[in-house]
Design a protein around this ligand. Sequence first.
Ligand SMILES: [Fe+2]
Ligand SMILES: [Fe+2]
Length: 188
Amino acid sequence: MDIRDIEIDLRRRLSKKRFEHTLGVVVTSVDLARKYGENLEYARLAALLHDSAKELPLLDMQNLVKNFNLDDDMLRNGALLHGVAGMELAKERYGVTNSYILEAIRVHTTGKVNMSTLDKIIFLADYIEPNRDFPGLDIIRLAAKESLNKGVLAGYDMTIRHLLDQGLSIYPLTILGRNDIIRSIKGG
Ligand SMILES: [Fe+2]
Ligand SMILES: [Fe+2]
């Protein structure tokens, strides 16, 4: 499917709010790709598809990922699972084959160690796209202007702080991803 057809399909499949968020992530990802030297078309496509599975029932997400060996924390939580499920939907429904793009869709919900530039761009754009509004957002937007890693770190911090405040569990890979970004920032 070409990118126009994908957009038309998503407009039909997603709620208005989710579709607007998606377009915000597209614009922001392309801006970040320009600023931080990533392929603009990769950024556009990964951003467009990043939440393609987000509004599916949990059972449908679980069906999409049945060939993966995922842990229960991931399988039971749509907020995490829609990354892997979105990657599968990008392959199956939209015919995306580029593994660099697919990976950025997969990891946008958790982060990971050794994120690529594209992984970081989608992860960060998801927080700072123009439709977003939450306390502390300015800090992430400022960090994103300073460097890609600082923006990503601010995103991790926001998520982890929120989970702590809500008394929720933190997915271990998110902690490992944050540690890794701190290492990258300190290493220069
Ligand atoms: Fe998402
Ligand atoms: Fe999103």
